[in-house]
Design a protein. Structure first.
Length: 225
């Protein structure tokens, strides 16, 4: 591996895999950056340019995913609630694509209190992205509803992801999608599959628990269509 600050995703993933193997075998505190760089065929300075520190290499995937989610939610979406769910699915699919590496990371994080604390902070960063997006996409949305929905989506995602990390059996993404559908139904914002035909009179019925901002969005979308 050349000593350069620019790194391809595959080369970064290789360093992450090497680091996790060393952490799991020797312990997080007992493993030095020099050992990681040497095992990865790199240099100490390159490692610091690419990751910043030992804890950063453990959470390297999350930094990439947070940027991806932020970019996705910066775009307009027809249904903001479904967009948040799709963002959560994107995160799950990333870890499900390489469950062995994800399980090794999970094993390391569980053993180190400082890493567990950083994991909690990382989860909150996803929640904050969801919350901020909903407030932008749905002006007038009650902040409590935005926070509650965002937290519920993050919690459901983490629950299903932990199933993937703790079990050797694969967990298909459909499990997460069904769980997220349940969250949208409980909040009264699940997309209605039935589309009434256009007529002079439109009668709309919404769950009492549905946020007013979502009622306004759906009525506006129907009238514009």
């Amino acid at each position: 591996m050349s000593d350069t600050s620019a790194a391809t995703p595959s080369s970064r993933n290789a360093v992450v895999a090497v680091a996790l193997d060393l952490f799991d075998r020797n312990g997080f505190d007992a493993t030095s950056v020099e050992q990681i760089a040497q095992a990865a065929g790199s240099s100490r300075s390159t490692f610091f340019r690419q990751f910043g520190g030992k804890d950063d290499v453990v959470f390297a995937d999350h930094e990439v995913l947070l940027a991806r989610v932020r970019e996705y939610l910066s775009q307009p979406h027809e249904n903001p609630w479904a967009a948040v769910c799709d963002a959560a699915v994107t995160v799950f699919e990333h870890f499900a694509a390489d469950p062995d590496l994800a399980r090794r990371r999970y094993s390391v994080v569980r053993k180190v209190p400082a890493l567990r604390e950083r994991e909690i902070v990382t989860v909150f960063r996803y929640e904050r992205l969801f919350d901020e997006y909903l407030r932008r996409a749905l002006p007038g949305l009650d902040p409590v509803e935005a926070v509650g929905f965002s937290a519920a989506i993050a919690a459901v995602h983490n629950h299903v992801l932990r199933q993937l990390l703790r079990d050797t059996a694969p967990v298909p993404v459909s499990v997460l999608r069904h769980a997220l559908d349940d969250v949208m139904r409980k909040f009264g914002v699940h997309p209605d599959p039935a589309h009434p035909e256009h007529d002079e009179v439109v009668v709309a019925v919404f769950p009492r628990r549905m946020p007013l901002a979502e009622v306004t969005r759906r009525i506006g979308s129907t009238l514009e269509g």
